[in-house]
Design a protein around this ligand. Structure first.
Ligand code: NI
Length: 181
């Protein structure tokens, strides 16, 4: 496994539409291992292959274990060729991206989604996701289409720069920024 460089804006490779994976083989599995290690080191809770400059439809997600309401929390989810099958509800929430460091935005997304694709062994998989996991799937699938969350903001007032604790003073008590995706 190896930690890869995460591309950041305005790298044009983040704007490419990634190609579908034809065969899930050892190369793909090795890529997934690198993606997981890179995501954990960042640290983040989601990563698309596009973000490490790989032009293939692969995503990795891993919610923190304390996301108790989510049965898939604390375990990595690998998906090849993920597709949004259906989406329900709308909710505006804070979102951050490893490729847009230093910022968070309020982004409207579906609250519940069904996603299908292949797992890391090439077997078909279908996941019903809610809350943070649903948001993470939508964010990562966007990456595969060259779309960033900043494209989905309803206005410039929805984007905020993250103020570091030192700048703000220790008594800031500010809200933790969302985990990167
Ligand atoms: Ni992202």
């Amino acid at each position: 496994m190896a930690i890869r460089e995460i591309l950041t804006v305005p790298d044009p490779r983040l704007r490419r539409k990634a190609r579908p994976v034809k065969k899930v083989n050892k190369k793909i599995q090795a890529l997934f291992d690198d993606m997981l290690e890179t995501m954990r080191a960042a640290p983040g809770i989601g990563l698309a292959a596009t973000q490490i400059g790989v032009d293939l439809r692969l995503i990795v997600l891993e919610l923190p274990e304390d996301e108790e309401e989510n049965p898939l929390a604390g375990q990595p989810i690998f998906m090849v060729n993920p597709e949004l099958v259906s989406a329900r509800g709308r909710e505006e929430e804070q979102e951050g991206c490893l490729s847009v460091p230093g910022y968070v935005g309020y982004v409207e997304r579906a609250t519940e989604v069904t996603v299908q694709g292949l797992d890391r062994h090439g077997r078909p998989v279908r996941i019903d996701a809610t809350g943070l996991l649903a948001r993470a799937f939508q964010h990562e699938i966007d990456h595969l289409d060259g779309v960033l969350y900043v494209d989905r903001l309803k206005g410039p007032d929805k984007l905020y720069r993250i103020v570091e604790a030192e700048e703000e003073g220790e008594e800031s008590g500010g809200e933790e920024p969302p985990a990167g995706l």
